[in-house]
Design a protein. Sequence first.
Length: 82
Amino acid sequence: MGETLTYLGRVTPQGLVPPRPKLPLRYGGALDAGNILFLDRFLEPRQAALVEPLPQDWQSLLSAATLKLCYLDPFSLLQLRY
């Protein structure tokens, strides 16, 4: 049996419905950099509350929270943004 390399759509009683075109991912920019810089300065005084209970993971946690807030992507795509 052959394999399909791309998503062909979904099958309905009326036939095959082609997939919606995918939008290109946006990467960076001045606005994104400004948002992240603002959040970094806002969160700086609050970092101490995370450093003590999570000494190994506090930076990753703050990075994930910042990326989630700025891009509103699902968590599964955060590694791409990071």
